[in-house]
Ligand binder design. Structure first.
Ligand SMILES: [Fe+2]
Length: 440
């Protein structure tokens, strides 16, 4: 996001309108890529039919902007329940009397027209929900998050490729150290200043982090292949109790979408079957697989605080920044975001996006599992509703950081926290390892 604090209200409205348009184009691209039959089909019990995501995006926009901000009468109060993510599990959603593809498109279009109307005339001050257009920003991020979910559905979908994008930039890993060092000391974690930051990123607070080493890049397919070849999936000792139970129950033998083809590994990616690229960050691994790999490598996963310190803290000025490279919004030079490419870039890419500590690709490419449970920061206040974050706090979910190639820049920043169950594999998640320096 631009520094929204500095924009006049007219400029802020233009910015919101641009973001809404840009986001809707992506939703359209993801849903226009397949036919109506495909839109209503459930491609995996893990996911909703694409047409559910589409109308759900409109339903949330109606509830928060049309009714909440605008105080306008409900357009479709009859469908609130169908698109309430807490009422129906993903597996059950295909059985609901959902809006069909053209109905869903009409509905979200109607909602959007009303939103543009009220954006023109709503004062962007006086209520917490509209300060710096927060509710509009929340809705942009919500739609982008569902776009990433729809992208994951595309990855699970059988059939010929429906999406296309140019390949990511190459990388020169030669000369890059395997690890970077982050000195011990305090830093400011979270934010109280980022206008569109969500409740769980707030407030800013000081955290002490001991010195640690962090992998310069995410763990690659080639590195992960060595873990497999060394019997990593068969050796109990690398796995936590819960991890081993899951590994056995699900009969895990490799990351999801890897295919053993005689002596070599292939992978399926958005309908293409191709040789596994060794230099690309591994993706579609669960927290448990990431933790087992780290143990095998003699390392561990970084805590969330370590990750954020590596990504944001600059020892040169003692300050934290919005992104590893500084405060400027991400561009194509800094990070692989926004479905610009349909895969992670090779490890070592994006030198312009490097953090002060030297770590690369902290933002974009793959979500990175951390060792941390999803818990509130000291001083947390649920806003604007408990169901955004608060109901997910606890030991069930692990935090992921940094965003993937499928994450939009509006829903990704140095403070952004994602969370999921430690067994999840269909998300675009990888990891990097950390290590505590040996004393003496
Ligand atoms: Fe949602």
């Amino acid at each position: 996001m631009k520094n929204l604090n500095e924009l006049t209200h007219d400029r802020l409205r233009e910015h919101v309108a641009d973001e809404l348009d840009r986001t809707r184009r992506r939703s359209a691209e993801l849903t226009d890529a397949v036919d109506d039959e495909d839109l209503v089909r459930q491609h995996s019990p893990l996911m909703s039919p694409l047409v559910w995501d589409l109308a759900h995006v409109g339903s949330q926009e109606e509830q928060w902007l049309v009714r909440g901000v605008g105080g306008i009468e409900a357009i479709r109060p009859d469908i609130d329940d169908l698109y309430d993510a807490f009422q129906h599990s993903r597996a059950d959603r295909p059985q609901l009397p959902l809006l069909g593809p053209s109905e869903a498109r009409n509905y979200i279009g109607t909602v959007r027209e009303k939103v543009f109307d009220l954006l023109e005339r709503t004062p962007l001050e006086g209520r917490e929900l509209v300060e710096q257009a927060f509710a509009f920003g929340m809705i942009v991020q919500h739609e982008q998050q569902h776009d990433e979910t729809m992208l994951a559905t595309h990855q699970l979908r059988d059939g010929p490729p429906a999406l296309s994008a140019p390949p990511p930039p190459r990388a020169e890993r030669q000369g890059l150290p395997a690890e970077v060092f982050v000195a011990g000391g305090p830093f400011t974690m979270g934010t109280s200043a980022e206008p569109w930051a969500l409740d769980n990123e707030r407030p800013a607070h000081e955290v002490h982090v001991d010195a640690f080493y962090l992998d310069t890049t995410p763990v690659t397919n080639g590195e992960f292949r060595r873990f497999i070849a060394d019997g990593g999936y068969d050796q109990r000792r690398w796995w936590s109790e819960a991890g081993w139970a899951y590994r056995r129950k699900a009969d895990l033998r490799s990351p999801r979408f890897w295919i053993r083809d005689g002596g070599r590994w292939m992978r399926r990616r958005f309908g293409h079957v191709e040789p596994l690229p060794d230099d690309e960050p591994v993706v579609h691994v669960s927290f448990h697989e990431a933790a087992a790999y780290a143990a095998w490598a003699g390392k561990r996963l970084p805590t969330e605080a370590e990750w954020e310190k590596a990504a944001r803290f600059d020892p040169a000025d003692g300050r934290v920044h919005r992104y590893p490279w500084g405060d400027a919004d991400p561009g194509p030079e800094q990070a692989n975001l926004g479905q610009r490419h349909l895969q992670p870039a090779p490890a070592g890419a994006y030198p312009a996006g490097a953090a002060p500590c030297g770590a690369r690709q902290l933002i974009g490419d793959v979500w990175e599992w951390t060792a941390s449970d999803f818990t509130p920061y000291p001083g947390f206040v649920a806003f604007p509703y408990r169901e955004y974050s608060e109901v997910f706090f606890g030991t069930e979910h692990k935090v992921l950081r940094g965003g993937s190639f499928g994450t939009d820049r509006s829903a990704c920043r140095g403070t952004f926290r994602n969370w999921d169950f430690p067994i999840r594999r269909q998300i675009f998640a990888g990891f990097r390892c950390a290590r505590t320096p040996v004393e003496g």
